[in-house]
Design a protein around this ligand. Structure first.
Ligand code: PMP
Length: 309
């Protein structure tokens, strides 16, 4: 198993190479203009079953295909190509721990920002545990002064590298001002999502999250949580616009995504949401069910898991 970063193997354009030898042309449109689409895929190690499970792989690849289509990239890779590359590179690294896989299709060559190809792909698995430090109860967030990109300029629905400049502005502004993260409003002045995560509030025992048309990524974790809340916890999710001031009076709030999983938000703009992240909160119940699902502990959701070994 590759523990040293530089000994890690990367899948690049059909070959498995050490990270230190994985090179991309610096004049390529991906390097200069962020001309790439990607997925961040989580794989979870179940020690009891001695199995590594990729979570909702098909949905990630469906979205990657959508990103390729929308971005008018050369459509070179099939769903099977995506899967084989991921399997091969994880096998090469022999990972038996939780990992995050960055799978990126990029515009290579010497073209410009409007080039459709030639496209290349890399698949990079990276060991990754829980995102939030265990001594933290949750995140202190601000509503960003930056607006979320809208469908009239850059589609928030897909994962295009260049979209993340918008996220970067919000996240770095939040950190500069002493917060942990930010929550975007969209161009209608309604709540959208976090810089790299979707957003839910809880009021009167119900989950509320902005609709997919509110300038949010078509998030796989968002969809997972809506299913699990209803089917396992019997909690309804309402998809509707959320006003900024509703954040200050909600009962609970959390961010979610493949990388951050489910993270409580404990304060927004200086307003305490809940002072203690106790075990009895709905957020912590959702967190537990989510983690049980991704590790393969809930039989009825094994359909979302792809065994790697
Ligand atoms: N919104 C944004 C802007 C993101 O970058 C992410 C992370 N991919 C998410 C939401 C969560 O998406 P997913 O659940 O598919 O990881």
């Amino acid at each position: 198993m590759a523990t040293n970063k530089n000994e890690r193997s990367i899948w690049l354009n059909g070959e498995i190479v050490p990270l230190s030898e994985a090179r991309i042309n610096i004049l390529s449109p991906t390097s200069q203009f962020g001309a790439n689409v990607f997925e961040g895929i989580r794989c979870y190690w179940n020690d009891e079953k001695k199995q590594l499970y990729a979570f909702r792989l098909f949905e990630h690849y469906k979205r990657l295909k959508n990103s390729i289509k929308m971005f008018r990239l050369e459509d070179k890779y099939s769903l099977d190509d995506f899967t084989t590359a991921l399997m091969d590179v994880i096998h090469a690294n022999e990972y038996k721990e939780d990992i995050a896989v960055r799978q990126t299709v990029f515009v290579d060559g010497f073209g410009n920002w409007s080039s459709r190809g030639p496209v290349g792909m890399f698949v990079a698995p990276i060991p990754k545990g829980r995102t939030i430090p265990t001594d933290k109860k949750g995140l202190r967030c601000c509503v960003s002064s930056w607006e979320r990109i809208s469908d009239r300029n850059m589609s928030p629905k897909v994962k295009v590298g260049a979209n993340y400049i918008n996220s970067r502005m919000a996240q770095l502004e939040a950190l500069e001002n002493g917060y942990d993260s930010a929550i975007f409003m969209n161009n209608e002045g309604k709540i959208a999502e976090g810089p790299g995560s979707c957003f839910f509030i809880i009021r009167d025992g119900k989950l509320i999250t902005p609709p997919c048309s509110a300038s949010v990524l078509e998030s796989i974790t968002r969809d997972t949580i809506i299913h699990l809340a209803q089917e396992v916890l019997n909690i309804e999710t309402i998809q509707r616009d959320i006003d900024r001031t509703e954040l200050y009076i909600c009962d609970e709030a959390f961010l979610c995504g493949s990388a951050v999983e489910v993270v409580p938000v404990i304060n927004i703009d200086g307003y305490d949401i809940y002072s203690d992240h106790e075990d009895s909160t709905l957020t912590s119940k959702i967190q537990t069910v989510y983690l049980d699902t991704v590790y393969g502990k809930l039989q009825s959701y094994e359909k979302w898991l792809t065994p790697i070994y």
